[in-house]
Design a protein around this ligand. Structure first.
Ligand code: ADP
Length: 579
C-alpha cells in the first residue's frame, strides 16, 4: 500500500514540477531574453553616439585604428569606422584593408543617410552573430557591434539555474512523497486493521485519531460508529438475556420455528415437555411428533395467520392449548399451555351439573304429577293458590334442569353433531311452521324475509333447537308488536341466519354479555316470562360446534336482531376434500 501511495504522490510531484519548470522556461526565459536585448540596444545606442562624437572631435588628431581599438576596449564591443563611400577606415577586430565595402550594410545605409541604424546578423568578416548599431559622423559613420553569443550564454545560465532548482524541487518532492506515503499508509493500515476487527465481531476495537484532515475525520466517524454499535449491541444483548430468562421462567412451553421448519429457539418448559431430543437447528418433525401440532405450524408458516388449537397427543394423557403466531422473519412461534387440569375440572363441573339435573328430574316429575292431581280435586281457594304456586315453581325447575342438561350436552361435545347439507329454505320453513300457531295466539305473524336457495352444512335438529330458543325469546319479549322476521343471507363462506323482532330491544351495555349463561337484562321479567337464562348460551354452543358464530344487534326501543352463521355446504365439501 505504501509503495502505491508513494508512486502516486511522486508522480503528482513530478507532474507539478515539470509543468512549472516548462512554464517558467517559456515565460521567464523569453522575457529575460527580450529585456537583455532591449538593454543591449540601449547600451549600444548610447555608446555609439559617444563613439560618433569622439570620432568627430578627434578625427585627424589620432589615427582611426587607435580610436577604434580604444573605443572597443572601453565598450567591450567591436568598433568599426567607415568613410562616406563605405570603405572601412578602421576595425577593432579585423584588418580594415582586407574588409569589403560596408556601404550596403543595413545599419550603415541608415547612418550614411544621417540616422542611427541597427541590425542583427552573422558577420561576413568574422562569421559570428552580432547586434550592430551605427551612427553618422562628419566623415562617414561609426559602428559598434556586440556579439549575441554573450546574451545567449546569459540565457543558458538562467536555464541551467532553473533546471537546478527543478531538480532540487524534485529531490525534496521525492523525500516528501516518501514521508507522506509512509504517514498516510500507516494511518490507512490502522483503519484497515480496525475494520477487520469490527467485521470479526470485536466491537470494543477503537481507532484513536486526533488530527483534523480528511483521514482523521473519517477515522473519528468510524470510531464513533463502532462505539454506537457496541452500545446498541450491548443493549440488545441485555434485552435478549432478559427475554430468555423470562421465557425460561415461564410455565408455558415456547418454541420458535424457522422458515425452513427447523427449531430456532425453545425454552426450558419446552425442553422438559419434549419426549424426543430437541436442539436448535434440528428439523421440527424430529422435535415434535404430534401430527396436529405439525399441521398447525405448517399452516401458520404458509398462511402467516395466528391459530389456536387444542392438542391431545403432544404428551400422552395431557391436553395442551396452543397458540401459534407468525414471526417477522418468516418463521413462527408456538406457546403451549398445559390445560389438562382445567379440562378435567371443567368436565367434572359439567358432569356434576348434568348428574344433578338428571337426579332432580324424577322427583320433579313426581312433584308436578301429584300437584296437578291435587289441583283437579275440589279445594278451598287458599289451598288451590298454594298448590298453583308449587306447580309453577316445579315447572320452572323442570325447565331449568332440561336446559341445564341440554347445555351440558352441547358444551361437552359428547353428543356429536350429525352435519349434512341442509336446505336453508327448509330450515326457515320448519321454524316458521313450528311457531306459527304460538305466534298467532300472541297476535304476531312470522315472516320469512329472505330465503336463498342454498345449502348449509349443519345438524338439522340442532339448528331447529337454535331457532326454537331465538323464536321463543322473540315471542316472549316482543309480544304486543306485529311481526317477527326470519331469514338468511348468503356470504362468502357461510350463511347468516337472522331472527328479528320489533319489541323493546336491548340496551347496548348488555349486548356483549348476553350469550353468557344466566345473564339476563331484567331478571324479574325473564322469570315471569318463564325464562331460565340459558337459552342464548345453548344457541352459542350449538353454533360454535358447527364452526360458526352467533351475535346480536339491537336498536333500543325498535327491536333486536339475533344472527348466527353456519358454513356453506359447498365450501365445507371443498374443505373436507382438502383434508
Ligand atoms: P331467558 O330464558 O331469560 O330468555 P336467554 O338466554 O334466552 O334467557 O336470554 C338472555 C336474556 O337476553 C334475556 O333474559 C333477555 O333479557 C334478553 N333477550 C333475549 N332475547 C331478547 C329479545 N328478543 N328482546 C329483548 N331481550 C331479549
Amino acid at each position: 500500500m505504501r509503495k502505491r501511495i508513494f508512486f502516486k504522490l511522486f508522480l503528482l510531484i513530478i507532474m507539478v514540477v515539470g509543468v512549472s519548470t516548462a512554464a517558467l522556461d517559456i515565460l521567464v526565459r523569453r522575457s529575460w531574453e527580450a529585456s537583455l536585448s532591449a538593454q543591449l540596444q540601449r547600451d549600444l545606442e548610447d555608446k555609439v553616439q559617444m563613439f560618433a562624437g569622439r570620432a568627430n572631435r578627434e578625427s585627424g588628431s589620432i589615427p582611426f585604428q587607435q580610436l577604434a581599438t580604444e573605443v572597443a576596449t572601453a565598450a567591450h564591443a567591436r568598433a568599426t569606422i567607415i568613410d562616406r563611400s563605405g570603405r572601412v577606415l578602421a576595425d577593432s577586430e579585423a584588418n580594415s584593408t582586407e574588409m569589403e565595402n560596408h556601404a550596403t550594410r543595413p545599419e550603415f545605409v541608415s547612418a550614411l543617410h544621417g540616422q542611427m541604424g541597427g541590425n542583427t546578423r552573422t558577420s561576413h568578416t568574422l562569421g559570428v552573430d552580432f547586434r550592430y548599431v551605427a551612427a553618422p559622423t562628419s566623415f562617414g559613420a561609426v559602428r559598434l557591434a556586440y556579439p549575441l553569443s554573450s546574451i545567449r550564454a546569459d540565457v543558458r545560465r538562467v536555464r541551467l539555474k532553473l533546471l537546478e532548482a527543478s531538480s532540487t524541487a524534485l529531490l525534496v518532492g521525492f523525500v516528501f512523497a516518501l514521508i507522506g506515503a509512509e504517514s498516510i499508509s500507516r494511518r490507512l493500515r490502522r483503519m484497515v486493521t480496525f475494520a477487520q476487527e469490527i467485521a470479526a465481531g470485536n466491537l470494543s476495537a477503537r481507532l484513536p485519531e486526533t488530527g483534523s484532515d480528511e483521514i482523521a475525520t473519517l477515522a473519528i466517524a468510524l470510531d464513533k460508529t463502532a462505539r454506537q454499535l457496541e452500545t446498541n449491541f450491548r443493549n440488545l444483548e441485555t434485552s435478549r438475556h432478559q427475554l430468555e430468562t423470562l421465557l425460561n421462567s415461564m410455565e408455558d412451553a415456547v418454541i420458535a420455528v424457522s422458515p425452513a421448519r427447523e427449531v430456532a429457539w425453545f425454552n426450558g418448559a419446552m425442553k422438559r415437555m419434549s419426549t424426543s431430543t430437541i436442539a436448535v437447528g434440528t428439523p421440527l418433525i424430529r422435535a415434535a411428533r404430534d401430527p396436529d401440532f405439525l399441521r398447525v405450524v405448517a399452516d401458520v408458516l404458509d398462511t402467516r395467520k395466528t391459530q389456536t388449537v387444542t392438542l391431545y397427543s403432544v404428551v400422552p394423557g395431557r391436553t395442551f392449548g396452543m397458540t401459534s403466531a407468525p414471526l417477522p422473519d418468516g418463521g413462527a412461534v408456538c406457546v403451549l399451555r398445559d390445560s389438562t387440569e382445567i379440562v378435567r375440572v371443567e368436565r367434572t363441573r359439567r358432569d356434576f351439573i348434568a348428574n344433578v339435573s338428571h337426579e332432580l328430574r324424577t322427583p320433579l316429575t313426581s312433584l308436578l304429577g301429584y300437584t296437578e292431581t291435587l289441583l283437579d280435586e275440589p279445594l278451598d281457594s287458599k289451598t288451590h293458590k298454594f298448590l298453583e304456586i308449587i306447580r309453577r315453581n316445579a315447572q320452572r325447575m323442570s325447565r331449568l334442569t332440561d336446559d341445564l342438561l341440554t347445555l351440558a350436552r352441547v358444551e361437552s361435545g359428547e353428543d356429536p353433531l350429525e352435519q349434512a347439507p341442509v336446505s336453508v329454505r327448509e330450515l326457515l320453513r320448519d321454524a316458521q311452521i313450528s311457531f306459527n300457531e304460538v305466534a298467532r295466539m300472541k297476535g304476531l305473524t312470522i315472516e320469512v324475509a329472505q330465503s336463498p336457495d342454498i345449502l348449509v352444512f349443519a345438524d338439522k335438529d340442532a339448528v331447529h333447537q337454535v331457532f326454537t330458543n331465538l323464536m321463543d325469546n322473540a315471542l316472549k319479549y316482543a309480544s304486543g308488536t306485529k311481526k317477527i322476521e326470519i331469514g338468511a343471507i348468503e356470504r362468502a363462506a357461510d350463511v347468516e341466519f337472522f331472527v328479528r323482532d320489533f319489541g323493546p330491544g336491548i340496551p347496548s351495555e348488555h349486548l356483549a354479555r348476553l350469550f353468557e349463561r344466566f345473564y339476563r337484562v331484567d331478571k324479574a321479567r325473564s322469570r315471569e316470562a318463564g325464562g331460565t337464562g340459558l337459552g342464548l348460551a345453548i344457541v352459542k354452543h350449538i353454533v360454535l360446534n358447527h364452526g360458526g358464530q352467533a351475535g346480536v344487534t339491537s336498536d333500543l326501543g325498535h327491536g333486536a336482531m339475533f344472527w348466527f352463521r353456519l358454513p356453506l355446504a359447498k365450501v365445507q365439501a371443498e374443505f373436507t376434500e382438502q383434508i
